[in-house]
Design a protein around this ligand. Structure first.
Ligand code: HEC
Length: 102
């Protein structure tokens, strides 16, 4: 009886933890931009560090999201950005576009 109770408690705790780990919490775009290295070229707020890199601030969120989707799929071709977008999840892309876009 006691064991059954403990097992059922353990199971419900695992569900709570699994939910928290699997996107129960939306990724933070600003932190993700640092983690993924975007800030190295596009800056923390989207003001590029050099004229050879595009500014992302001032662009619409939807535009940025669609560009990242296109880089990921290879529809838009750029050696740097195809590599950067390759491993981004749909949630990452949405969070990064929301962070940099307006
Ligand atoms: C090594 C420098 C570098 C890094 C790091 C980098 N980018 Fe880029 N990014 C570029 C360059 C160069 C372009 C222009 C590419 C082209 O001509 O298509 C670009 C283009 C873009 C565009 C399209 C902008 C437009 O006006 O169409 C978006 C959106 C973007 N980057 C987002 C990101 C995100 C998000 C990250 C991090 C996951 C990132 N970039 C990391 C250099 C970089």
């Amino acid at each position: 009886m006691k064991t059954t109770l403990m097992i059922s408690k353990w199971i419900s705790l695992s569900f709570v933890l699994a939910f928290a780990a699997c996107g129960g919490v939306a990724p933070d775009g600003a932190a993700l931009a640092v983690e993924k290295g975007c800030v190295a070229c596009h800056g923390e707020k989207g003001g590029a560090i050099a004229p050879i890199y595009p500014n992302l601030n001032g662009q619409y969120e939807t535009y940025l999201r669609l560009q990242l989707v296109a880089y990921k799929s290879g529809k838009r071709v750029n050696a740097i950005m195809n590599g950067m977008a390759k491993d981004l999840s749909a949630e990452d892309i949405a969070a990064l576009a929301a962070h940099y876009g307006k």
